[in-house]
Design a protein around this ligand. Structure first.
Ligand code: GRF
Length: 191
């Protein structure tokens, strides 16, 4: 059983999907969520996690430098013996030193093909450019922004969409399936 920490900053719908898969779905025999962390004490996802009985940790940077803040985060994570960190809407850039503590053990989901679009606003980009499809990517985190090796991708059909909300809705439905499938492959040693 892999011990995972989920890092989030906002709504937490991917955390919730992974939680369900870990409790009764395709992840139930391969991982346990031992911590949900946020650098945003107001993240709605923390409420979801705490209602579900998951241990939560929140630390506010409060003007502290990024490097020293993430040294502190690392120290607070150590007692949990975490195998993998799963980023689920985590809106901060992890410093290199932190990433190097977890080589190929930090995973992220990005709502576009990372070869075509990196960084924020991926659904907005797909909508604005009128794409008939977009691609969700699960990847390992390296020291760049959305540049790490791809683990899995899945296409989202955008034909006929007329609003950004519809793009996001179709995309998130795919994210909630793809992320847990990809994590399973990693945890079972197949990716
Ligand atoms: C998702 O679209 C994810 O791909 C991106 O941030 C969003 C987070 O949504 N990295 P949620 O907080 O999991 O609902």
């Amino acid at each position: 059983m892999k011990r995972i920490a989920i890092f989030l900053s906002g709504r937490g719908s991917n955390m919730e999907a992974i939680r369900r898969h870990a409790s009764t779905g395709i992840l139930h025999d391969c991982c346990r969520i031992v911590l949900v962390f946020s650098q945003n004490p107001k993240a709605a996802g923390l409420q979801l996690a705490s209602h579900a009985g998951l241990p939560i940790l929140t630390l506010d940077r409060l003007g502290q430098g990024r490097a020293s803040f993430y040294r502190q985060v690392y120290a607070r994570l150590e007692p949990y013996f975490i195998d993998y960190i799963v980023l689920a809407g985590f809106m901060d850039i992890l410093p290199s030193a932190f990433v190097q503590n977890y080589p190929r053990r930090i995973i992220n989901i990005h709502p576009a093909d990372t070869a075509l679009h990196r960084g924020l606003g991926a659904y907005e980009w797909a909508f604005r450019t009128g794409r008939s499809e977009t691609t969700i990517t699960v990847h390992y985190v390296d020291e760049g922004v959305d540049t790490g090796p791809v683990i899995a991708q899945m296409r989202v059909d955008l034909t006929g969409v007329t609003t950004l909300a519809e793009v996001k809705n179709r995309g998130l439905n795919v994210e909630h399936q793809l992320y847990s499938r990809a994590l399973r492959e990693v945890f079972m040693g197949a990716a």
